[in-house]
Design a protein around this ligand. Structure first.
Ligand code: TYM
Length: 332
């Protein structure tokens, strides 16, 4: 079985629809066909200051949500990044293979650091991509299911893997990103030219998966569309409507042409009302399952401990090879 690896940050509140449609939905599908490793990236989370109690709560919440989406610890390995020290150990080696300029070209770093200013930007935010490279390479992953915004980081991973292999001999699998075109980028409901994101969107622009259904309906009703009334998929001319159609189509399996036909002559109101129902229908059992996992932290912690054990077995083997190739003497 080919191997997949991916990660998600433990954010305050819940995952949003962009996280789910862009990435986690694919994780659930891939656990059936791949040797799958999925983690909550708590180490990455502290690149921006986090309150410890909140980080703890958000990490549990993230793990509970992953299980609630349908990830099954019998079919995939679910764990916390901080439970597998090999990630940070390999990350140092990666940092020493990454050019300063190369890291400085990462657009996510440029975006985040320019918003924060250099005094508030940590070195950790700068080296964040190196840790992500290590996350992927330490499992010898073949594919990395992510949204479009992570493509550049996976490209960097490929470059580093090739560089290491060139310098020290064949060691790493060179991974590919696994990005579904339709859902690569889910857009902000209020500004359909930017991606839905916790850091850039206003609350009205984001569908949080744990929102009350009433809130979701309200947000969808006030989603920015255009002055026309024709329901048609056209990303350039009608980014707002197209985004709603993408969400609708992915959650129901209905094709876009089918939806265009269904709403012909009906206008945006009908589309938004129905979409609110579609989202609610998906989100309601998800919310219930998340609460169940949160209500049983002992089970959750056991799942995560088992996941970490499985992950470490793989990661430790890679790290040992890498340390040897680099020229570090064995400890014993
Ligand atoms: P994060 O936590 O920001 O996002 C998790 C996943 O959700 C995807 N995503 C989106 N997809 C489509 N439309 C959107 N609006 C949208 N917003 C977010 C992201 O692309 C991502 O796949 N650096 C990563 C976490 C990470 C990782 C890794 C991923 C750390 N190590 C190793 C893969 C492999 C991040 O911050 O994702």
């Amino acid at each position: 079985r080919p191997r997949v690896l991916s990660g998600i940050q433990p954010t305050a509140g819940s995952f949003h629809l962009g996280n789910y449609l862009g990435a986690v939905r694919q994780w659930v599908a891939l656990q059936e066909t791949h040797d799958a490793f999925y983690m909550v990236v708590d180490l990455h989370a502290i690149t921006i200051p986090k309150d410890p109690a909140e980080l703890r709560a958000n990490t549990r919440l993230a793990a509970a949500q992953l299980l609630a989406t349908g990830l099954d610890p019998e079919r995939c390995t679910i764990f916390l990044q901080s439970h597998v020290p090999e990630h940070t150990q390999l990350s140092w080696v990666v940092e020493c293979l990454t050019g300063f300029g190369e890291a400085a070209r990462m657009t996510q770093f440029k975006d985040k650091s320019s918003k924060q200013g250099t005094d508030h930007t940590t070195v950790g935010l700068f080296t964040y991509p190196a840790l992500m490279v290590a996350d992927i390479l330490v499992y010898q992953a073949d594919q990395v299911p992510v949204g479009e915004d992570q493509r550049q980081h996976v490209e960097l991973t490929r470059n580093i893997a090739e560089r290491f292999n060139g310098r020290y001999g064949a060691t790493f699998t060179v991974p590919e990103s696994y990005i579904l075109k339709e859902t690569a980028k889910i857009y902000d409901l209020q500004d359909p030219t930017i991606k839905m994101s916790k850091s850039a969107s206003t609350p009205k622009g984001i569908i949080d998966l744990l929102d009350e259904p009433k809130t979701t309906a309200k947000k969808l009703k006030s989603a920015v569309t255009d002055t026309d009334t024709v329901v048609r998929f056209d990303e350039a001319e009608k980014p707002g409507v197209s985004n709603l159609l993408t969400i609708y189509s992915t959650l129901t399996g209905a094709g876009i042409p089918e939806l265009e036909q269904k709403y012909a002559g009906k206008g945006y109101g009908a589309l938004k009302t129905d979409l609110a129902e579609v989202v609610t229908e998906w989100v309601t059992p998800f919310r219930e399952r998340t609460q169940e996992y949160l209500g049983d932290p002992a089970t959750l912690d056991t799942i995560l401990a088992r996941g970490a054990e499985k992950a470490r077995a793989v990661a430790a083997e890679t790290l040992e090879t890498v340390y040897d190739k680099v020229g570090f003497l064995p400890a014993k």
